[in-house]
Write a protein that binds this ligand. Structure first.
Ligand code: DON
Length: 560
């Protein structure tokens, strides 16, 4: 059978190429396996691993390291994230390699002498949580890898040492981010050549990062947490006033969690539990709209938009009040997902917009993160979202190690009640404690139907992640869009507070706006793009349809 498929593959790829002229509407299609990410170069690295007989998890590890080189705004070894794996057998796991607060962290560490929030949770060494990515990749490989670890890290080593042609999108974003790097001379030298900016098409090498990746290739994650790289991190932290110590690094642990599983119109939705808020919010919102026929109401109609926005508000109000790291605080997951509660939420939706301040939580969140989706020849699937938090994280590169530090500490409620980078108001449950994981919105998700893999998706975008996943899923399931159209279509977003709908260019016609305003909705003044959802839809081997989000110009898919 495989031989026959091999024989047909060239015919199929010609067909796929024909679709490229209309990439907005025709999904690229592959026969056996597919990888889609914010970096076409990294996607090719993953596809090469699959072609060598690697599993989807092998490819995910290789893509994770490659993105750290080719997509430095978010791809990382100095950050953290989540990976949902679903094996062909049906076994699932959610690997949590989120950053943790250093041992010396405290609830008020970002509050200045004047009682006001400082910018330290966002910029520089104190903003960094203990990174989890390298441990996460190692754990994924330990559990599900088939190829040798060193062969998965090697492509990233080559990309860092030999370099790659600077894509236009990356050249522009590095120039635009000069202010982020300028206070940090090592980072400014690496990414902006100290002011002699890279031009598109120039070869971009990162020798310090290359050496770090070589050590990780040769000595495994141990190098990062206890070896030479750990030494470089600690030395830099001491020199620059950071908080991460050798004990912090040595004590970092990946947690394997049971994914949340919900139902939506016959699909099983396998998604991320806390410390992400994404899975709970997604399942709540799907639950609130399932009783209505969104397909008949129509895509981008005021009826559909109203219902979805009202669901978003209610889910985000619960997020603010109840969610945090379940290893530290109790989160009423069962209650928040109870059918009775969700039906009560649905019943509270009327024809009018409910002002945000009247939304009562139960009992009373650009492209700075990155998501990639992979399906291998056997139907194993991986959905990974990982991040440095803000674009290029804390802006600082570990001296001699060539990688950027995250500013994930800002995802905590540094001052409960004061909005964070994403304007999110968050509660006590997400306050800072040593070793605690900050609440996330990352929502890597996998859909199955009748036990068979159907879809792999996720997105960056802070709080907009959850709503991007919500809309992409509904675009396919309710509106029958193909996966490419589903990821490309304009999006909108409401996060409870601020009480306004964010919208994307070309997404809001004058009639729709009027109809929504008549119901009491308020819109943000200017349109802004949101998210970068890379998804794969499959009906089984022979059909891997890829949704490449066109919002990021470096994105791309690869496969066979
Ligand atoms: O974990 C979170 O929710 C955030 N740190 C994600 C940040 C993000 O998506 C930034 N991208 N625009």
């Amino acid at each position: 059978m495989r031989q026959l498929l091999w024989f047909l593959a060239p015919v199929w790829s010609t067909f796929a190429l024909a679709g490229l002229t209309e990439a907005q509407v025709h999904p690229q299609r592959y026969f056996y396996d597919a990888v889609v990410s914010d970096s076409a170069i990294a996607s090719q690295v993953g596809a090469d691993i699959l072609a060598k007989g690697g599993t989807a998890v092998d490819a995910a590890v290789a893509v994770g390291f490659a993105l750290a080189v080719t997509h430095p705004a978010a791809g990382n070894i100095g950050g953290g994230g989540f990976m949902i794996v679903r094996r062909r057998s049906g076994e699932t796991v959610a690997l949590d390699f989120r950053e943790i607060a250093p041992l010396s962290a405290s609830k008020t560490m970002y509050i200045g002498p004047d009682g006001k929030l400082t910018r330290d949770s966002l910029v520089g060494y104190r903003a960094a949580g203990v990174p989890g990515t390298v441990a996460g990749m190692a754990e994924a490989h330990r559990r599900f890898g088939k190829l040798r670890w060193r062969d998965l890290v090697e492509p990233a080593v080559q990309l860092a040492n030999r370099g790659f042609k600077m894509p236009r999108g990356l050249a522009e974003s590095l120039r635009d981010s000069a202010d982020v790097f300028r206070p940090f001379p090592v980072a400014y030298a690496q990414f902006c050549r100290s002011g002699r900016f890279y031009a598109a098409g120039e070869n971009f090498t990162q020798p310090d990062l290359g050496r770090t990746l070589e050590r990780i290739r040769d000595h495994g994650a141990k190098d990062f947490y206890e070896g030479e790289t750990a030494g470089l991190i600690v030395k830099d932290m001491v020199a620059k006033g950071g908080q991460i110590t050798a004990a912090d690094l040595k004590g970092y642990r990946v947690v394997a969690r049971a994914p949340l599983v919900g139902k939506y119109r016959g699909y099983d939705v396998i998604t991320m539990p806390p410390p992400s808020s994404g899975g709970i919010a997604l399942l709540q919102m799907l639950g609130m709209v399932e009783g209505d026929d969104l397909g008949t109401l129509g895509w981008n109609s005021s009826g559909t938009l109203h219902l979805m926005v009202e669901s978003m508000k209610r889910a985000f109000a619960d997020r603010a009040e109840h969610l945090g790291d379940t290893d530290f605080v109790s989160v009423p997951v069962t209650q928040l997902l109870a059918p009775d509660y969700i039906s009560r939420l649905r019943k509270s939706i009327t024809d009018r917009a409910l002002p945000a301040k009247e939304v009562k939580p139960w009992g009373k969140e650009s492209e700075q993160t990155t998501h990639y989706s992979i399906i291998d020849i056997d139907g194993n699937a991986v959905s990974t979202t990982y991040t440095l938090n803000g674009s290029f994280g804390a802006g600082a590169v570990v001296e001699g190690a060539g990688f950027l530090l995250n500013n994930e500490m800002d995802d905590f409620a540094a001052q409960p009640g004061t909005p964070n980078l994403f304007g999110l108001i968050q509660g006590e449950k997400n306050s800072i404690q040593p070793r605690k994981r900050p609440l996330s919105s990352m929502t890597p998700t996998i859909l199955t139907k009748d036990g068979k893999l159907a879809m792999v998706l996720g997105s960056p975008g802070g709080p907009t992640i959850i709503n991007t996943v919500f809309q992409t899923l509904i675009n396919v399931v309710d509106h029958g869009m193909n996966i490419q159209r589903a990821v490309a279509s304009p999006r909108f977003h409401h996060q409870w507070m601020p009480d306004a709908i964010r919208w994307e260019p070309y997404g809001l016609g004058a009639d729709l706006r009027k109809a929504m305003e008549a119901k009491g909705h308020v819109f943000e003044e200017r349109a802004r793009t949101m998210g970068s959802c890379h998804a794969i839809w499959t009906t089984g081997q022979g059909d891997r349809q890829v949704g490449v989000d066109p919002r990021i110009s470096t994105s791309g898919a690869a496969g066979r």
